[in-house]
Design a binder for this molecule. Sequence first.
Ligand SMILES: Cc1cc2nc3c(=O)[nH]c(=O)nc-3n(C[C@H](O)[C@H](O)[C@H](O)COP(=O)(O)O)c2cc1C
Length: 144
Amino acid sequence: MNLTRLVYYSQRNPSEELDTKSLIETCKRNNARLHLTGLLHYNGDHFIQVIEGGRIDVSELYHRIARDPRHANIILLSCTDVRERMFPTWSMALHQGMNAQTRKAFLRYFSTDMVNPETVNVDTLLDALQDMMMETPTKLTISV
Ligand SMILES: Cc1cc2nc3c(=O)[nH]c(=O)nc-3n(C[C@H](O)[C@H](O)[C@H](O)COP(=O)(O)O)c2cc1C
C-alpha cells in the first residue's frame, strides 16, 4: 500500500497541562499498532510533527491530533505520498528543546533558527529535522 507523509506545525497551549512522557507513551501504543512512524519536535513553544504510514491511518490520526486541546493554531504544512519512510525507526520519536546542536542543524538550512510555518519550505524543513535527529541522539526520548 502507498505511504503518506504528513507534516504539521502547531503552538503549545499553555493553559493545558502537557506531560510529554505520557504523550509519547500514547503515541508509541497507538502508532505501533498501525505501523505509523515519525518524529515530534517540541521546543517549549511549538510542535513540528512528521507522521508516516498508510493514507487513511495518517489522515485519521491528524484529525484526532488537531482536536487535542494541548496545542492550538495547527497548520498543515504538507501531506503527500512518498516512496520511503524518512523516520522508519520510531513509532514516534520525541525531540525536545533547542540546544546548540539543534540550532546548528536549523541554521545549516535556514537564515534563523525560528521556523516560520507560513513560508517554510517543507523539504528543507525535513532535511533539517533529519540532521537534528542524527546529531542530537542524547536528547531524544525514543520509542521503538
Ligand atoms: C503535539 C501532539 C502530538 C500527538 N501525536 C500523537 C501521535 O503520534 N499518536 C497518537 O496516537 N496520539 C498523538 N497525540 C495524542 C492525540 O491527540 C490523542 O490524545 C490520542 O491519540 C488519544 O489516544 P487514546 O485514545 O489511546 O488515549 C498527540 C497529541 C499532541 C498534542
